[in-house]
Design a protein around this ligand. Structure first.
Ligand code: ZN
Length: 83
């Protein structure tokens, strides 16, 4: 199962997400500071070269959506899991 890794932009905590389902929609907040300001980190073990895109979830198959929620902001990632 693929593991997606995210980094908190506020406190630089790393968060790992194990994708269990075919397509998982996960709402991620930093486990350390609770920020929803996370950026996708490409795994070194399971990444495809996609032109060195530096934005979150660009060209990796995952999409992210940041929105306002009760705790400030949340980022929801739609992650394509194993077929
Ligand atoms: Zn944090």
């Amino acid at each position: 199962m693929p593991i997606f890794e995210f980094k908190c932009m506020d406190c630089e905590e790393f968060i790992e997400v194990l994708v269990m389902n075919k397509q998982d929609e996960v709402e991620l907040v930093c486990s350390k500071c609770g920020s929803g300001n996370l950026d996708r980190v490409l795994s070194t073990t399971n990444h495809t070269v996609s032109g060195g895109a530096s934005g979150p979830a660009t060209g990796t198959g995952a999409s992210s959506q940041t929105r306002t929620c009760s705790s400030g902001s949340c980022t929801t990632y739609t992650i394509p899991g194993p077929a």
